[in-house]
Design a protein around this ligand. Structure first.
Ligand code: S3P
Length: 163
């Protein structure tokens, strides 16, 4: 199982899709999985069940996918805040896509389906998560000034060196 973590805007979905294609594995984007299961947008889920409602669905979706067939899985930026999720990631190969705070905000803009980006404490949330991403990561790669293809190549050569 290959898991991609990192803050919003790090490129988890784009890179995950490319990486899965190169490895001939299925790709699962946890946010998309939740939306399809719930037939609701992320914003709707936040509005109707609060952030905790979303986090509960997120934890379940991740645990369910971790026990499925081998895949590349992109987690939402806040998933690592759950201790249960962090523990479940122990058995997977976790790639952390690093991104600076300013770059992340720039890339995400005011995406209406990313309710957390407009949180007034977003910088603190970013800082709080950094050690959590680092803690779960088996491999960390900075994404600034690198194309998705270059990042995928770097991840692939790291995976090849493991075997
Ligand atoms: C969130 C990130 C989003 C999504 C939800 C909450 C967060 O995923 O899970 O809006 O708390 O950082 P991306 O990191 O894919 O944008």
């Amino acid at each position: 199982m290959i898991i991609l973590v990192g803050f919003m805007g790090a490129g988890k979905s784009t890179i995950g899709r490319l990486l899965a294609e190169r490895l001939g594995m299925p790709f699962v984007d946890i946010d998309e999985f939740i939306k399809a299961q719930e037939h609701r947008s992320i914003s709707q889920i936040f509005e109707e069940g609060g952030e905790e409602g979303f986090r509960q669905l997120e934890r379940q979706a991740i645990l369910e996918n971790l026990v499925g067939d081998d895949a590349v899985i992109a987690l939402g930026g806040g998933a690592v805040e759950s201790p249960a999720t962090r523990e479940a990631l122990d058995s997977a190969f976790v790639v952390y896509l690093e991104i600076d705070f300013d770059e992340a905000v720039l890339r995400v803009g005011d995406d209406s389906d990313r309710p957390v980006i407009s949180n007034p404490n977003i910088r603190d949330i970013y800082l709080r998560r950094l050690p959590l991403y680092e803690g779960v990561a088996d491999y960390a790669i900075p994404t600034a000034k690198r194309s998705p293809e270059e990042i995928v190549e770097a991840i692939l050569s790291r995976i090849e060196n493991l075997s």
